[in-house]
Design a binder for this molecule. Sequence first.
Ligand code: KG4
Ligand code: ZN
Length: 335
Amino acid sequence: MTRILAIETSCDETAAAVVADGTQVLSSVVSSQVDLHARFGGVVPEIASRAHVDLLTPVVAEALLHASMDGQDLDAVAATVGPGLIGSLLVGVSAAKAFALVWDIPFVGVNHLEAHLYAALIEEPDLELELPLAVLLVSGGHTMLVSMEGHGRYRLLGQTIDDAAGEAFDKVARVLGLGYPGGPEIDRVATAGDPRAVAFPRGLKDEAFDFSFSGLKTSVITYLRKHPEADIVDVAASFQEAVVDVLVTKTRRAADAIGAKGICLAGGVAANSALRERMLDACIADDRRAFLPSRSMCTDNAAMVGAAAWWRLQSDGPSPLDLGADPNLRLPLLA
Ligand code: KG4
Ligand code: ZN
């Protein structure tokens, strides 16, 4: 059995987990910094990296304690090396390398986007039987449609040409006077609203697989200016409907195009109730398997980093200790 201590500090969650053989989560601890950033309405990079420095040691200690292990029981240490905020990434990467040296075990650098993708596949030992998969990766910084043809084998089908889906949720939540982060707030209030109240535009409707969300955000602002009396709850529900509609339509289209056996949701926006429900309905209608991470696995956590690390360790071996953090790291794609 290969036991990996995984560390995630790419943005504003300080997280550590112990994962065995890429499939068994022995512990997973996430310390959110949301309260520190909420009054600024977004993540402040300098505050985030300082908070990671304070929180990382206790979070790692707790993850080891929950897994009833200490350093001698581990086979490797993994950390997210990018993409993310450089100051935040460096805290986790430096700590992981130090642990690897002290315990004399390999270090594995993990791509945060690949980690999100593995969140839904963590309990799937026979993944090969389900390939190819159409993956919709929707987070605060990314919106991508990917064909997964094997472990580490990805083909990009489409992506956003402007805002990421999570970014659109956060920006519109701010316009609606809802809290931060905006995605969960819109999700919460939208349950009481009418999704058909306002017919917001569907971005790049005629483009096969690419997305655009900045026009939708502008439409919400324009609508609120023209209708100051509008019920925020209905506007939130209608905005969410417009996002979910394009995400589901294009993912289904992509799944048809590649002959996918299943659809996999990944990233923070995959926690959205309406998106999960509609994607599940579409999979049932099309007789496809739906890979939905549990809600806590959608947003940033280290268990997904531990799962991705195990597959990378099998395919590429340990990472060199001079591997640096890369804030702009991309998902490795097939030519
Ligand atoms: O994956 P993630 O935790 O961090 C990044 O790697 O970006 O994603 C965070 C994003 C934020 O934009 C947040 O508003 C959004 O995911 N999000 C949601 C929900 N929960 C988190 N968006 C819609 N509905 C949700 N329930
Ligand atoms: Zn993330």
